[in-house]
Ligand binder design. Structure first.
Ligand SMILES: Nc1ncnc2c1ncn2[C@@H]1O[C@H](COP(=O)(O)OP(=O)(O)OP(=O)(O)O)[C@@H](O)[C@H]1O
Ligand SMILES: [Mg+2]
Length: 228
């Protein structure tokens, strides 16, 4: 991140979820040369609209709200975000905390803004595809630098073992290492902490992932259990 960044603390910037008239204008007009207060306000509204459509009874905890606020800024390519704009987003945490939903919402959001546009792919489905075609060449399309959109891999670590003619193929590991080498922006959701990434995929990938991602814990209760 640039040196300029350090002078802009997120606290000095208006909370994009604080939509009271005048609040954003007053706090942000001076500090944001790239995006005016209106576009940030509209972006926050748009994100909440998408979130309500994806999770109609959904609520964001204070912690998740803070993360989401910074992710909205990140996906707007706004340097006020506390996340590194040049790295992808790795959302990890216990099951049912809303990681996939959040990532889907941001996929929709980037579809609207056309900034940092990405698509989501299920890790499980990628392995199923390779198994059904019986050829690991299928994996190449996930690290093709000519593809115009970025990619998010959902539920990293939940894919089954992939064996073709007796040879084990580490599909997601191969994709992530290839994307690292080509410097392609990548996002993930997972239940795996970095320690478990190391156990599951080895140190080579774990090491690269620290460089590839903003590693963000989404904690909380299992929202599936809270449903009536
Ligand atoms: N903020 C929220 N408030 C209430 N319900 C939510 C929220 N976010 C997601 N949900 C709902 O909770 C359920 C689980 O969400 P989701 O699949 O996103 O969790 P996850 O963290 O990806 O789980 P896993 O780790 O098992 O993959 C879904 O039915 C989703 O609609
Ligand atoms: Mg999930």
């Amino acid at each position: 991140m640039t040196g300029q960044m350090s002078t802009k603390s997120i606290e000095s910037i208006a909370n994009p979820f604080d939509l009271t008239v005048g609040a954003i204008e007053a706090k942000t007009k001076k500090v944001l040369p790239k995006l005016d207060w209106l576009s940030r306000k509209e972006a926050a509204k748009e994100f909440m609209r998408i979130f309500k459509a994806r999770a109609p009874n959904g609520k964001l905890t204070e912690e998740t709200k803070e993360i989401t606020k910074n992710l909205v800024l990140y996906f707007l390519n706004d340097e006020a975000s506390k996340y590194d704009l040049n790295r992808g987003i790795y959302l990890y945490g216990p099951t049912g905390t809303g990681k996939t939903t959040l990532m889907q919402c941001f996929a929709d959001f980037t579809h609207t803004t056309r900034l940092k546009y990405f698509r989501m792919r299920s890790s499980k489905q990628i392995v199923s595809e390779v198994l059904s075609k019986g050829d690991s060449i299928e994996l190449l399309k996930y690290s093709d630098s000519k593809t115009i959109h970025d990619l998010a891999f959902d539920d990293l670590g939940h894919e089954t073992e992939c064996k073709i003619y007796g040879t084990t193929i580490n599909c997601l590991e191969d994709i992530l290492v290839a994307r690292y080498e080509k410097k392609l922006l990548t996002h993930c959701t997972s239940n795996l902490t970095m320690d478990f990434v190391k156990k599951r995929y080895g140190q080579r990938l774990e090491s690269r992932m620290y460089e590839m991602f903003n590693i963000i814990l989404i904690n909380g209760e299992d929202k599936r259990k809270q449903k009536d």
